[in-house]
Ligand binder design. Structure first.
Ligand SMILES: [Zn+2]
Length: 93
């Protein structure tokens, strides 16, 4: 067991193709390591896209928190005014 895959090769070397699964690439290789090496071509672009998505997510979260903050503050303000009304109705004049 040394990690080398043994493939059934009846009558000569196997012609297994390793195909790049990256969108609209479709490059093919006869060796797994060649494909792995090739895929680093795409990782730069993928990393950039991931960075974009993360920064968009943070912007979205920021606006959600802003809205939540406004809602919590207005809920708190109306709760306080309700308490004032309730207290003033309870107290005898
Ligand atoms: Zn590719």
């Amino acid at each position: 067991m040394n990690g080398v895959r043994s493939e059934k090769s009846v009558g000569g070397p196997s012609l297994q193709l390793f195909i790049c699964t990256h969108a609209s690439c479709g490059a093919t290789f006869t060796r797994q390591w060649r494909l792995n090496q090739h895929e680093t071509v795409h990782t730069g672009a993928v990393r950039k896209r991931v960075h974009e998505i993360i920064s968009q997510t943070f912007k979205l979260l920021e606006s959600i928190f802003t809205i939540l903050n406004v809602l919590v503050n207005s809920a708190r303000a109306s709760a306080q005014s309700l308490t004032v009304v309730a207290v003033s109705q309870e107290s005898p004049t």
